[in-house]
Design a protein around this ligand. Sequence first.
Ligand SMILES: C[S@@+](CC[C@H](N)C(=O)[O-])C[C@H]1O[C@@H](n2cnc3c(N)ncnc32)[C@H](O)[C@@H]1O
Length: 194
Amino acid sequence: MDLDELKKYARERYIPIMLDDTRELLYKVVYECQPKRILEIGTAIGYSGIVMLSASPSATLNTVELSESSAFLARGNFNKWGMSERVNIFVGDAREIVPQLTGNYDFVFLDGPKGQYEAFFPYLTELLVVGGTLVCDNVLYKGLVEHVPENKRHKHITVARNMRAFLDDITTNKRYETKLYRIGDGVTVSVKKF
Ligand SMILES: C[S@@+](CC[C@H](N)C(=O)[O-])C[C@H]1O[C@@H](n2cnc3c(N)ncnc32)[C@H](O)[C@@H]1O
């Protein structure tokens, strides 16, 4: 199976995975950074993990996923790609797991629960080494982050507001140099300066 087949498998089953432009950007950024220790929030079935580990052949990946069935499929996929020994999957709620994580990471990919980015941000900053890179997907959240709908009962409004707070934070935070890419669902690439 190649990555496009894995993408097709996910799309046919409505499993959310990153969009093609995002995959291209993520591969490029990881390839340039050549991280050794990657943390990911939101494994799904391992698609983005395989992209990152392919781009940085000496990297290991710790990745967090709520859904047991997705984690099971991810395990199988990492195995098929010959990457199992480079991967640890933490199955559980990232809201509980992230505050308990320790260690140093030189690359973090945040692609988990969309309403929680701002809550995770201080923890991820502590885990990321100076000079490390934080990539966050869906920061424009269906276009709602910049154009909050009038209808206050819109089901995505709370998530959009939380994401807005996160986007404001990360783009103005002095500890990071951040670039916003208006591709896919919006992606930030941030380098921790101190
Ligand atoms: C957009 S998908 C991740 C896609 C994956 N990074 C990729 O591109 O291949 C988001 C994932 O986060 C998981 N998720 C949602 N809430 C979570 C939580 N509270 N803790 C951990 N994972 C969560 C979902 O089950 C889903 O698999």
